[in-house]
Design a protein around this ligand. Structure first.
Ligand SMILES: C[S@@+](CC[C@H](N)C(=O)[O-])C[C@H]1O[C@@H](n2cnc3c(N)ncnc32)[C@H](O)[C@@H]1O
Length: 216
């Protein structure tokens, strides 16, 4: 069923609590109970319409995926897909990732995906970027030791900004940088909605893989 009027999205989300988890803070430290298994949990922040988390979950049944998105009108599209083609290992959270540490306990997340994050180009907006130092500090509070962050974007200023944030932060090490992901596209690459659009326009796709390590 397609929802024509996104203005009904809020109600629709609130009645489908199997997939869009209400009050996510209540599951702090207990997400394995939500999935009914202790598989690793990978999170996409800013999952939009959910194509990426859905396809990752389909290809990786032994990993649990959570998509975080702050807007009802977008996340409802991810919910529609899950209702049409249910999957046990994907859940959605309608939440602002600014408070991610209220949702997950330390060590609860084994990988964070930042796909085509909003660039917030003005200097005064820099703290809203999902790779600002404030956000990197928040991720330290949920990631497990030795875990990864994977970032894709077509926005070079955001890519550079992110690189500098990771380089400056004592807990992160950039392990891989790719300035043209599609030159030799990894076989396991899952295209996001925005990625599809940008690739069709001929934009270069930039990629970073970052390792998180606890302080010694
Ligand atoms: C440009 S879209 C990319 C969507 C998707 N990742 C893709 O690649 O197709 C960025 C999304 O991130 C969401 N977003 C931005 N900041 C967020 C935050 N602090 N918490 C949760 N979602 C956020 C936006 O609402 C938007 O849907």
């Amino acid at each position: 069923m397609r929802l024509r009027k996104v203005k009904h999205a809020k109600d629709y989300i609130e009645t489908n609590t199997l997939y869009v988890i209400p009050n996510p803070e209540q599951h702090f430290g207990k997400w394995s109970k939500v999935f009914n298994n202790s598989n690793p949990i990978e999170v996409e922040i800013g999952c939009g319409k959910g194509k990426f988390v859905y396809e990752k979950a389909l290809n990786n049944p032994n990993i649990n995926f959570i998509g975080i998105e702050k807007f009802d009108s977008v996340i409802v599209r991810a919910l529609e897909r899950l209702l049409e083609e249910p999957l046990p290992n994907v859940k959605l959270i309608r939440f602002d990732a600014e408070k991610i540490e209220k949702v997950f306990k330390k060590d609860e997340v084994s990988l964070i995906y930042l796909n085509f994050s909003d660039p917030w180009p003005k200097n005064r907006q820099a703290k809203r970027r999902l790779t600002s130092l404030k956000f990197l500090n928040r991720y330290c509070k949920v990631l497990s030791n030795n875990s990864l962050i994977k970032l894709k974007t077509d926005n070079f200023p955001l890519f550079q900004f992110s690189m500098m944030s990771f380089v400056q932060h004592k807990n992160y090490t950039i392990e891989e940088i790719n300035l043209n992901l599609y030159k030799e596209l990894p076989v396991d690459n899952v295209q996001t909605e925005f990625e599809k659009r940008f690739v069709e326009k001929g934009n270069l796709i930039f990629y970073q893989k970052i390792r998180f390590k606890e302080e010694k």
